[in-house]
Design a protein. Structure first.
Length: 358
């Protein structure tokens, strides 16, 4: 979203982690996951890109010998230094509380608008969606592409297919080592695609692709660029793909996501909560089994609940919410992993990192 940003300096704030008992609301099956913040880092690189959207953690088993190591965090930037949406060209790396540039698209490559779709494979590749505009408005938004980078931030593949990659807004991953399945939420068509690729020898080879979801509400928006399906999470144990759709202001699930051979439409409604959802945006799953969804604040807006991350059970019960910014529109990409939650605040172009007691 198009917001004012901080200066291009690294801001770090550390506070003691203390979760009062009043924060520990209990769901039907688990204790809440969301904690208090402990650290904030600027995500603005030297070229001035702002509006961090995608967040991903380098997984265990990631190949050594590159600049990335397990536990490092990558953040993709959607806007350039003029704050034009769909024109950012960088991914920054957070290692040991310090930020450095991981990737910057070459001038004239057409790769820009690096979106909330950002995943990292255990076989050593980074995949990010490029959703470009020429002037920062939806009127000039292009279908974009799927960008695959190696472990040193070098471009491997710029894959285009307008039937399956049409405004890549969010992604989820089903990682099997040499074989990877990626799910893509498309903002310009309101669809979800499944892309399979192998990395046995040399560069990744895309072998199969299919549209498995459709019918999600989607539209242009002057503040958010688009209001559309974005947040995805794939659950291997149930073969369900969870889809957060901002304009529908709900979370859905598509059954048999990895095996289906046809379009499943919007799937089944999992969570619809007018009291706490304000444009369900990006999504992750907490180690306690709950789902976490950020909110765009462009639907069902509530000034008393700005920039919220909402925690809810897979049975659709609200557990807790946490604000990343006192102003609206700051919550976007997030990723939970054992011992940690990382989430961007795109109002201030920064990343919150929470440490979770084990």
């Amino acid at each position: 979203m198009k917001r004012l940003t901080l200066a291009n300096s690294v801001l770090m704030v550390s506070v003691a982690l203390a979760i009062p008992s009043s924060y520990a609301q209990t769901s039907t099956s688990t204790t809440s996951f969301l904690p208090n913040p402990v650290q904030f880092l600027s995500t603005v690189p030297s070229n001035g890109d702002v509006n961090p959207y995608g967040v991903a953690v380098v997984p265990a088993g990631f190949p050594t010998g590159g600049v990335l190591n397990p536990g490092d965090i990558l953040v993709s930037n959607f806007n350039n230094s003029q704050n034009l949406q769909g024109t950012g060209t960088t991914i920054v790396q957070i290692t040991g509380g310090k930020q450095q540039l991981f990737y910057q698209a070459a001038a004239g490559s057409g790769i820009q608008g690096l979106s909330g779709g950002l995943v990292i494979t255990s076989s050593g590749y980074v995949v990010v969606g490029s959703f470009p505009t020429s002037d920062g408005t939806c009127a000039t938004a292009q279908p974009g592409s799927l960008i695959i980078l190696d472990k040193n931030g070098n471009l491997v593949t710029n894959w285009t297919n307008t039937s399956l990659v049409n405004g890549p807004w969010g992604m989820a991953i089903d990682d099997h080592g040499a074989f990877t399945r990626i799910y893509i939420a498309n903002a310009l068509s309101g669809t979800v695609s499944r892309i399979d690729f192998w990395t046995l020898v040399g560069s990744p080879v895309i072998t199969q692709n299919l549209q498995i979801g459709s019918g999600y509400a989607h539209r242009c928006d002057p503040a958010a660029l688009v209001v559309a399906p974005g947040g995805l999470y794939y659950d291997k144990t149930t073969d369900l793909l969870y889809v957060a759709s901002a304009d529908d202001n709900a979370v859905f699930s598509i059954s048999n996501a990895s095996a289906r051979t046809s379009d499943g439409g919007t799937g089944t409604t999992v969570y619809s909560d007018a009291a706490h959802l304000h444009g369900a945006l990006m999504m992750s799953k907490a180690p306690n089994g709950d789902l976490l969804v950020s909110n765009a604040d462009v639907i069902n807006s509530d000034s008393t609940q700005p920039s919220e991350i909402v925690e809810f059970t897979t049975a659709g019960q609200f557990v807790k919410e946490l604000s990343v910014d006192p102003n609206q529109g700051g919550s976007f990409g997030l990723v939970a992993s054992p011992g940690q939650l990382a989430a961007v605040d795109d109002n201030t172009s920064g990343l919150f990192i929470w440490t979770i007691p084990q």
